[in-house]
Ligand binder design. Structure first.
Ligand code: ADP
Length: 440
């Protein structure tokens, strides 16, 4: 500031010594005063010019460069320069922070909608756009309840009791369930968070169905067992030896059925809790196939014709017990669902580098709409037939889990009324090359 006054004083001294004094000495006082006034007007004109440049800059575009000044204006412009630099630095920091927050909010797996007290939408992230089929470009400023119209949601907003979230099933996307939570913040702003819980709901349904199925499966044999046990224990009744034998046989049969179901449940649970089969146990399949054929013949008691064809070396890496259980389920199903006089072929072959175990039967076959659901737990086409033949409804679920753990897949082909082919396909990486000596 001092330098401004010093400069002004210097200018006055300059005018005084260079204009006023010489003119006064040479032409007298009037000319000296006229010269001084003229010089001051020149100086004033120059300052007005600088002021005009400053005003033009102030009213110009935001990014226009600040003009350079000279004299006292150099000091003023330098000060402005410094302020502009600091302000634009602060703005840059603010805009970088805002961008970072926006990017973080966009990356969230949860949907976010910001709306105001009039329920007008201020901002939506990408996830919310997907959840509610909205677009930030077209729907910003619109009323939220025009998009989420369900009375449940509108009542939830009206009640303003946001301590509990709301489960929302839109119906726009099939099977979609969202968990909505409203969080008011600031003076006028409210956040609506949405989380997709469809898969949790599906798991919950599966869990409920599973418990209902297991209870149902156990209830029938338990009723039979307890009923006959009660009858036999009733001292007021007498039964012939034959009747007692018959009742005990029924109790035994139902106990075996419950035992089988529990064994299958335990197998399934063990398979589900394990990850991939890491074991590089070398499994010789030929003896497994031979014993499966023998067991299937025993189950068939002469009602079917069997063949076993081993077209390629049958060696896999994996878990012998699991593979035996999966192949055993496929073979016993073929026997159970093929009427007397039918034929069952067991084939091991290598196709396109993949090992394939095929169980082909000439049985009752499967209508196409059932095929995708056969590996679900307790899915049966004909419940009574499955039970009559000792089925638990878990066989193919076990097969699927075992194969998945071996990176293998199950293909099912069927002609209703003519027969079915169940093909377990193993990747080349699980086949043991023939040249590798077998360890015994
Ligand atoms: P289950 O104990 O009832 O046999 P599975 O899981 O082994 O249970 O099989 C599921 C259903 O798939 C069976 O109830 C049956 O309807 C059908 N199924 C399985 N194998 C065959 C087959 N070889 N031929 C016809 N239907 C079959």
């Amino acid at each position: 500031m001092t330098s401004v006054w010093l400069r002004a004083l210097g200018l006055l001294l300059l005018i005084g010594s260079c204009v006023f004094a010489p003119l006064w000495i040479i032409y007298g006082l009037p000319w000296a005063l006229a010269g001084a006034i003229g010089s001051l007007l020149l100086v004033l004109g120059w300052h007005l010019f600088q002021l005009a440049r400053l005003i033009r800059w102030l009213h110009g575009p935001f990014d226009a460069p600040l003009p350079e000044g000279s004299g006292v204006w150099e000091i003023a412009f330098a000060g402005l320069h410094r302020r502009v630099r600091i302000r634009s630095g602060q703005q840059q920091v603010l805009s970088d922070t805002l961008k970072r927050f926006t990017r973080a909010a966009q990356a969230l797996p949860d949907g976010i909608i910001v709306f105001n007290r009039h329920r007008h939408i201020d901002w939506i992230n990408k996830t919310a756009e997907n959840h509610f089929q909205m677009s930030v470009a077209t729907d910003q400023g619109q009323t939220l309840t025009n998009f989420i119209r369900q009375p449940d949601f509108v009542n939830y907003l009206d009640a303003e009791r946001y301590d509990q979230p709301l489960i929302y099933r839109s119906g726009r996307v099939e099977g979609q369930s969202l968990l909505l939570q409203v969080i008011p913040y600031g003076e006028d702003q409210t956040l609506l968070l949405s989380r997709d819980i469809s898969h949790l709901e599906r798991l919950e349904t599966i869990r409920r169905d599973f418990i209902a199925n297991v209870s149902h499966e156990l209830k029938t044999p338990l009723t039979v067992v307890s009923g006959f046990a009660e009858m036999l224990g009733d001292s007021t009744q007498t039964y012939s030896e034959n009747e007692v034998k018959q009742y005990l046989a029924l109790i035994c049969e139902q106990s075996v059925r419950m035992q089988r179901l529990i064994e299958d449940l335990l197998t399934l649970s063990a398979l589900e809790t394990g990850g991939m089969v890491q074991s590089d146990e070398r499994v010789e399949l030929e003896p497994v196939f031979r014993s499966l054929r023998t067991e299937a013949e025993a189950l068939s008691v002469g009602r079917h014709e069997f063949s076993l064809t081993i077209e390629a070396p049958a060696l896999l890496t994996g878990c012998a017990n699991e593979l035996r259980s999966a192949f055993g389920n496929l073979t016993s199903n073929a026997v159970r669902y093929t009427p007397a006089g039918g034929r069952i072929d067991l084939i091991w072959r290598v196709r396109g580098g993949q090992g394939e175990f095929v169980v082909a039967d000439t049985g009752i076959g499967i209508a196409p709409q059932h095929i995708p659901r056969l590996t679900e737990r307790f899915y049966r086409i004909d419940r009574s037939r499955s039970r009559e033949t000792g089925g638990t409804g878990l066989g193919l679920a076990i097969v699927k889990h075992v194969l998945t753990r071996h990176q293998a897949v199950l293909d099912i082909e069927s002609d209703p009324g003519k027969g079915s082919r169940f093909i377990a396909r193993f990747p080349a990486s699980r086949l043991v090359p023939v040249s590798t000596p077998v360890e015994r």
